[in-house]
Write a protein that binds this ligand. Structure first.
Ligand code: ADE
Length: 427
């Protein structure tokens, strides 16, 4: 891993000529992001982030661009790097760097040294706030840029995997500043992780392969919010779904939701398509590869490319060829063919466009409001991992409902009183 910044401070993107196409994509996404739009308009008037230096490490998509514009309009001095080597939308990166004047360091398909160089470039303006998706930026600051760490006052983290890493860093007593776990907001994980990952994962698989899901057996590894989404959407498209889990409670939930549950080595015999969404390492390993049917398709939708043991699969492989973009066939010694999508990186962002804008609207509204909250309150917070303030979560839900034209009931005074009292029981 190298972090020597060797890139232009104005940004490093694949092709600056793509900027106009990127602007059109960003504007298209904005139509489905009414909550973030309202926040952006308020930020433009009130400038709550005036002069705050922000380093963001997020998937560089049209939705992320809208978040960057909200922060910029709030007065922040923002820089952005990709949070995954394969998730960048090159048009959007060009639009950010050229049209919106936000230094952006992201090229789809960049190699790992470039990925880390880009990460390093985002902190060259000595950020006061960090926005992370997977905690690579926080790891960089804590490992290699201790000189900058004292100047960082707070941060946010977007995803489950990042929150797990941050809690591990905090448990070792090494986390140097307060970070709000945006993932833990109800208006984030209940919608983004479930419906976003559910839809975009199947979108990635079908765009890459064009295979029919109806009638296939699809194995979902992990039944957290993401796994629930993938399983329910796959069933909706006619697949027979098997779930693998390690947590008894989640396994029980999957059973009662109507799915078959079994260990991965058993599921491996049945599956046509496998999707990992556990956040852990080597979830599909040699014992599973050994018994898979020829033609099995493997995809990962967890944050890192660690869930399918590709090194072991490569060790079993005699020939490998790319059949279509993001579709690689591994021919094993015994003649079986195993197909891996998007190099085992997150298939929804590698082979498709990530979650739709409408769901990112809530995730990024939380991000924007948490950045505002941290700008105001950071001095009151010790280093640690914090939940999103309930008021922010509720504000995002309220604004989203309003944007959908949905009205709901409110408690009467009598009902409020009843909920606060113990006197009234059986009539
Ligand atoms: N994570 C999942 N989908 C995303 C998207 N569309 N933009 C940014 N981050 C994402």
């Amino acid at each position: 891993m190298t972090s020597t910044p060797r890139v232009d401070a104005a940004g490093d993107v694949a092709d600056r000529a793509l900027a106009q196409a990127g602007v059109r994509r960003v504007e298209w996404a904005a139509r489905e992001m009414p909550v973030l739009r309202q926040i952006r308009e308020r930020f433009a008037q009130q400038r709550p982030l005036a002069g705050v230096r922000v380093a963001a490490c997020l998937h560089v998509t049209s939705e992320t661009a809208n978040l960057m514009l909200a922060l910029r309009d709030g007065g922040a001095d923002v820089r952005l790097a990709a949070s995954n080597p394969l998730s960048t939308q090159d048009e959007v990166a060009a639009a950010l760097a050229v049209e919106y004047a936000i230094p952006t360091f992201a090229i789809k398909g960049e190699d790992n040294p470039t990925y880390f160089r880009h990460l390093a470039a985002t902190v060259e303006h000595a950020p006061q706030l960090t926005l992370d998706d997977g905690a690579d930026l926080v790891a960089l600051l804590h490992r290699e840029r201790l000189d900058l760490l004292a100047g960082v006052v707070a941060g946010t983290e977007e995803t489950t995997t990042g929150v797990v890493r941050l809690r591990a860093l905090a448990a070792e007593g090494k986390l140097a500043y307060p970070i709000v776990a945006v993932n833990e907001a109800d208006t984030k994980h209940m919608f983004d992780n479930r419906y976003g990952t559910g839809q975009s994962t199947l979108d990635g698989i079908t765009r890459a392969t064009n295979i029919l899901l109806a009638g296939k057996t699809l194995v979902v590894c992990g039944y957290g919010w993401c796994g629930k989404g993938v399983a329910s959407r796959a069933r909706g498209m006619g697949a027979q779904v098997i779930v693998t889990e390690v947590q008894p409670l989640r396994a029980l939930e999957a059973i009662m939701d109507g799915f078959r549950v079994m260990p991965i080595v058993e599921a491996a015999r049945h599956g046509d398509i496998f999707v990992t969404v556990t956040g852990d390492i080597n979830v599909i390993d040699v014992a599973a590869f050994d018994v898979m049917r020829s033609g099995a398709v493997l995809a990962n939708s967890g944050h890192f490319d660690a869930e399918i043991n590709l090194a072991a699969l490569t060790g079993m492989t005699e020939g490998r060829r790319t059949l279509r973009p993001f579709v690689d066939e591994y021919t094993l010694g015994d003649g079986r063919e195993i197909v891996v999508l998007a190099d085992g990186r997150l298939v929804n962002l590698g082979a498709a466009e990530g979650h739709p804008a409408s769901v990112m609207d809530m995730s990024f509204a939380n991000q924007a409001l948490c950045v505002e909250h941290l700008t105001r309150e950071h001095a009151t917070l010790a280093p640690g991992v914090y939940d999103v303030p309930k008021t922010i979560d509720e504000e995002v839900a309220t604004l989203k409902l309003a944007s959908m034209g949905v009205h709901i009931d409110t408690l009467t005074e009598e009902q409020e009183r009843y909920m606060r009292s113990w006197e009234l029981g059986t009539h």
